[in-house]
Design a protein around this ligand. Structure first.
Ligand code: PLP
Ligand code: LYS
Length: 438
């Protein structure tokens, strides 16, 4: 939870100096609220920690967690690189004036149009995910008579402990090159020989919402072994090592949380030792966290509607959003904590099941959550840790307009994504001529 969350004199929740009840009046609900100071502090803390343990580092923010043009500005001001994963994210960065050389372009199936766009935008590093993509990049670079800087994404064959939908570093994954059957070595050989490709780094990302350091250590060791063998076999020095993101955050008070400081210390030491022992040049070390930068900076604010008490079974509380603005509970069984913003001082010890307004029984936001016993329609429910993968995964299911996003900082609130209107919902609909006759 953001450090700036307090209960103010009116007994209301306040974030970044802004009273949530007033924000609901001004911007309506459902509303995604992001605490700017929290985001900036996370960026600074990460950089400080990394720089403390390792001589050459770079930090990239993974835009898939939440991206908008204002967030690009913050990321740029904080001196981070930005990881984009589609032409939509790339376009957002370009529109925000984000420097191309600080962009990393990811994706397991980048289209030729996306790659061409990336080349036109002088994207700093393309993270190549397959042999087909590698050949495509070479052709495009040749056509444009340019040299493209790339990383290879490798799956280090490590299974971290997280939801199976968000595991990515195991052999059975759609992402990256395999260490087996010399898959990666074939690609390395191709890149080194190419006049249009500059193999700058190796990349891996073992998954998301990971709360233990062991899989990161194993991944770092495996990646360093690969880097060392590339040096030995090809006499080629890989200058950057990107170990991805995935660091877990707290969604509920009893969740365990990864200690970023000791993780960075352990990983740095391991790389420094391995580089020294094998006498290779020290690669620059890069991480690309998303959730752990923006996740705890955000809340979702909903208005309570219908409350149905089913005796002996459960109390259902419906709110004015649901799985269309937060798919994570339905998709991963994700759990959250929540407080009634306008009754924050009251004891929260009555159990409810909070559901959305989507026409699906699985549209459950919070199972058996303790809220106030005098919960009434019109109350405002604050769900914490909704900065990452909430708005970015939202949809218009049931034709619900997407919520607005407000950035708060020291009492100031700025709209950074406007609420969709009903007109927005139908803006792409077309009526063919033959339906217009009458
Ligand atoms: C390649 C890559 N980098 C970074 C991230 C960011 O992950 P997280 O938001 O869990 O830190 C992801 C998402 O899992 C990813 O796929
Ligand atoms: N969307 C996922 C994480 C996937 C990360 C992107 N590879 C989540 O909400 O936890």
């Amino acid at each position: 939870m953001s450090e700036s969350v307090i209960i103010n004199e009116d007994g209301n929740l306040e974030i970044g100096g802004c009273d949530l009840v007033k924000l609901a009046q001004q911007y309506d609900t459902p509303l995604n609220i992001l605490d700017e100071e929290h985001i900036r502090n996370k960026c600074r803390k990460y950089r400080r920690i990394l720089e403390q343990y390792y001589p050459t580092t770079e930090l990239a923010y993974a835009g898939k967690a939440f991206l908008s043009t204002t967030i690009c500005k913050i990321v740029e001001e904080e001196g981070l690189f930005l990881d984009v994963v589609s032409e939509g994210e790339l376009f957002t960065a370009v529109q925000a004036g984000f420097p191309g050389d600080k962009l990393l372009f990811h994706g397991n199936n980048k289209t030729s149009r996306e790659l061409e766009y990336a080349l036109d935008c002088n994207v700093g590093r393309i993270v190549v995910d397959s042999f087909l993509e590698l050949e495509l990049i070479e052709k495009l670079a040749q056509k444009k008579s340019t040299r493209v800087q790339i990383y290879f994404r490798v799956k280090p064959g490590i299974e971290a402990h997280t939801h199976k939908y968000i595991l990515t570093g195991q052999e059975d994954s759609k992402f990256g090159f395999s260490l087996r059957q010399d898959d990666i070595m074939k690609a390395v050989n191709f890149a080194i020989k190419s006049s249009y490709i500059d193999l700058q780094g190796l990349h891996c990302h073992i998954g998301s919402q990971i709360n233990e350091s062991k899989p990161y250590r194993l991944a770092a060791k495996t990646m360093m072994e690969l880097l060392i063998s590339i040096q030995k076999i090809y006499n080629y020095s890989i200058s950057e090592l990107d170990l991805g993101g995935g660091m877990g955050i707290k969604y509920r008070s009893d969740d365990s949380k990864l200690d970023i400081d000791s993780l960075m210390n352990e990983i740095s030491q391991l790389i420094l030792d391995m580089a020294k022992d094998s006498k290779i040049e020290l690669p620059k070390l890069i991480f690309e966290p998303g959730r752990s930068i923006i996740g705890e900076a955000g809340v979702m604010l909903y208005r309570v509607g219908v409350i149905k008490e089913i005796p002996g079974i459960r109390n259902y509380v419906s709110v004015d959003g649901g799985m269309s603005d937060n798919i994570r509970p339905a998709l991963y069984g994700a759990e959250y904590s929540a407080v009634v913003a306008n009754k924050a001082n009251y004891p929260h010890n009555n159990s409810y099941t909070v559901v959305g307004k989507i026409c699906e029984s699985g549209d459950v936001l919070l199972q058996n959550i303790d809220l106030v016993d005098n919960l009434t329609p019109g109350d405002l429910l604050t769900v914490f840790s909704c900065g990452a993968y909430t708005y970015s995964m939202s949809s218009n299911y049931n034709r619900l307009p997407k919520p607005a996003v407000v950035l708060v900082n020291q009492g100031q609130a700025d709209l950074i994504v406007r609420r969709e209107s009903l007109e927005d919902v139908i803006q792409n609909d077309l009526i063919p001529e033959r339906f217009r006759r009458n």
